[in-house]
Ligand binder design. Sequence first.
Ligand code: ADP
Length: 639
Amino acid sequence: MAKKQFKAESKRMLDMMINSIYTHKEIFLREIISNASDAIDKLCYLSLTDENVGMERGDFRIRIAVDKDERRITVSDNGIGMTKEELEKNLGVIAHSGSLKFKDDLGEDAQEDAAIDIIGQFGVGFYSAFMVSDKVTVISRAYGSEQAYQWESSGADGYTITEAEKETVGTDVIMHVKPDDSAGEKYSTYLETWKIMMLVRKYSDYIRWPIVMDVEKNDWVETGEKDENGEPKMQMVNTVEEQTVNSMIPIWQRSRQEATDEECIAFYKEKYHDNDDPLAVIRVNAEGLISYRALLFIPSKTPENFYTRESEPGLELYSSGVMIMDKCADLLPDCYAFARGVVDSPDLSLNISREMLQHDRQLKLIASNLSKKMKAELTRLLKNDREKYETFYRSFGMVLRAGVISEYGDKLDEIKDLLLYNVDETKLVTLREYVDAMPVEQEKIYYACGDNIRRLLSLPQAEQLHARGYEILCMTSQLDEYFVDTMKSYDEKPFCNIAAEDLGLESEEEKKETEQKEAEAKELLDFVKETLGEAVSSVKLSHKLVSGAVCLSTEGGVTLEMERYFRSMPGAPDHIKAIRVLEFNGGHHAFQEMREAFDAGDREKAAKLAKILHAQALLIAGEPLDDPAAYSELVCELI
Ligand code: ADP
């Protein structure tokens, strides 16, 4: 029969699997077993509500059979099975093709590296069988179907699907093991029972279903005859016995002594297809009002699809080892949505529905405890392992902050000490650290909002603060600004937006002086306001500037950042505008020049200079110019 072709990317992947120099070829068994286990999970889950399944929890198992002479390893499960269409869909195209970014122009080595990377990141599941096999046969009968089908492939040249015989529901994956090759790869070891047992213990020990295989045993047995001393005669017999080779105890059910952190990390990497160690492993074993165990992880980086719809947050929820929900979002508040892991409680009912869970008191209790644990762990990282914490914050700071919003600010108090802000392009500080480092006379917490840290720190308003040794918190997300608005102060120190508010640095005398100067320059300032029209609400002399000539500040509750935010939101009301104030440095030569022109009656020149200075204030504040061409012309005229 005609062979069907793999989808292009799958073919490429397959080629790489077959020719792989990947050193951990042995993971193929783990991948095949974990598919089998998933298939059993699915049927077991179905059996909770569907009596026709006719299986008890104790009936499920995964069986491994090794045939040395035929060079075959067979992994069989009595799980949900696959229909013909599913065989086609699941095995004919590589599962994670969306994540594969192969480039034709990559050299062979680079492609190999890419493959290794993918194996590490996603596991390649079923395809890894081809690392050790030159042919793979899958015989499967889906639950609810009388007909079984066989899928077979010898690699990249395609696959066939034919009808097959199979008595029971489930799947057999038959791997035809490659001959040992001249490069020294000894595939034959995978045909040794001890090797398979070792691999099961190493990678699949916690699988919740029994993994059984026939194990040969040598036993001394009585022959029935007696020796010359009248003792029963013994002889060695070789028996074959079916043994369960995994311990089946999920890792989260084990104590610290029974499962080391390393083992938990290995479990995490395998389960969540992450190449990197998690930043933290959190184990909870709670007894009391409600008993449960939890094993949570803080990943070190955002998974590729984290911000997409397909990545639903949530922890796996088990009841005494049976999974009842794979993404239970109610177990953690949104600000900790980056955490992954499992929660297992014998106190939860098995066939509880999603809707019921939301109102479940016990679940709420677990959630509130887990939330405390998360906070404690993050606080610990922040204190004891700053580097790790900063890695965490770079990856998940957004989630932490966004979670607060979705909880209507409820969680702000909880996480405010976990927030980090840049005070220069590399240094991050907490609010606590900022306040502790404030010089004694500093009264406010200064901050600036915008996404470009360098621009924020070079705002003309910042110069004076830096000169006094005051630091400025760079709030790079709109959420930060929202938090500051909500908090108003931290440790009794009020927040001060340097682009909007009075910095509060002037003495009474200095204030008087500025007022006096302003009075003197009133005519000119009025003229500038008139020239600029609606573009600014008022014009004044500034006491915030040191060497800069102008700056733009705002009055009232709406800042430039907020205005920008509303501008970027489709459908947002367009009347939300900042009240803009143009501030001049009275001592700056550019201002003097404008004043001289004005005093000399050259209003045209004074107006041009006013427009240029206004444009510069806009640029510095990160605002677009209404008419850049006109600005450019004005500047050229002066050059
Ligand atoms: P993944 O397991 O990461 O989704 P795989 O390539 O390992 O990717 O498997 C692809 C799909 O094939 C699985 O998601 C599952 O639907 C199906 N599958 C694989 N093995 C089995 C099996 N033993 N029983 C039922 N379905 C299976």
